[in-house]
Design a protein around this ligand. Structure first.
Ligand code: B12
Length: 223
């Protein structure tokens, strides 16, 4: 798998979409589930991009190119994940990054895991103001909410957002994930009554609760 991570990292930094497409076609035989594909391949690719960026071995532009390339690959995969006949009765989840938070790739992975498990998903993406979140919860009444936070200076904003959500008095499951969850004890910041998730494996059983089993995205013979 390390070799695959290295190859994909190089192609992503070069922004070589035709090669990435070819690599993807050739590696369908890996038969990884969506969660494995993201955790074992795409996340390590982004981490090595981050470490090259930190050591000044790649430029900011190359880092942006790598992010866009991985985003492109995920969008391609999504067509194998989305279920056209989504049930209206399926549970629903609202996903967003806190205002000021641009790191959205991880949350996009979360959205795919829930979509694959046939949830109705609204993915609001990066930097969503809390008042917009509150309006959307009121309008859409989701069963669950997923918040992503990578930057520690945003922890007070997370606390404020959670307070505003709880003041709505609705019975909603709240999942919080992102880099800070692995790095800090969020209870020290007064953040409790939420499900803290370090990675996609932490949401697998929650997403599958009452849903059909997730299918591999890279199985042999897939169209
Ligand atoms: C790509 C990237 C960017 C991109 C993001 C693009 C995008 N659309 O996501 C851009 C260029 C915008 C960016 C900007 C910045 N970045 Co940046 N970035 C990264 C990088 C290289 C990769 C992040 C990533 O995609 N990781 C892969 C994903 C899959 O991992 P993940 O987000 O953790 O998600 C996983 C879990 O956390 C979980 N998860 C995440 N969210 C959720 C939510 C729920 C509900 C659940 C259940 C689970 C879950 O699931 C995922 C799968 O396991 C990291 C390096 C690194 N080591 O992470 C730096 C990094 C995070 N960035 C960093 C910094 C400093 C910045 C900037 C401040 C740089 C600057 N000076 O402008 C800005 C801040 C922008 C902002 N306001 O947010 C630092 C943060 C350091 C810190 N102290 O916190 C890092 C660590 C780099 C470094 N070593 O310095 N960045």
């Amino acid at each position: 798998m390390q070799k695959q991570v290295r190859m994909l990292t190089e192609m992503a930094i070069a922004g070589d979409l035709p090669e990435i497409h070819k690599w993807h076609q050739e590696n369908r035989g890996l038969s990884l589930s969506t969660i494995e594909f993201y955790e074992k391949l795409l996340k390590p690719v982004m981490e090595s991009v981050g470490s090259l960026w930190e050591k000044n071995k790649i430029t900011v532009a190359e880092e942006h190119l790598a992010t866009a390339s991985i985003d492109y690959l995920m969008t391609q995969l999504r067509y194998q994940i989305v279920h056209p006949g989504q049930l209206k009765k399926s549970p629903s989840i609202l996903l967003f990054c806190l205002e000021g938070e641009q790191h959205s790739l991880g949350l996009k992975m979360v959205s795919d895991v829930f979509r694959e498990s046939k949830w109705n998903v609204k993915f609001l993406g990066s930097s969503v103001p809390t008042e917009e979140v509150i309006k959307t919860i009121d309008k859409w009444e989701p069963d669950a909410i997923g918040i992503s936070i990578a930057l520690s200076p945003l922890l007070p904003k997370l606390k404020d957002c959670l307070t505003q959500i709880s003041e709505l008095g609705k019975n909603i499951d709240i999942l919080v994930g992102g880099r800070v969850v692995s790095l800090y004890n969020l209870k020290d910041f007064g953040i409790s009554n939420v499900h803290l998730c370090r990675d996609l494996r932490d949401i697998e059983s929650f997403a599958l609760k009452g849903m059909s089993k997730s299918q591999p995205v890279l199985s042999e013979g897939d169209a």
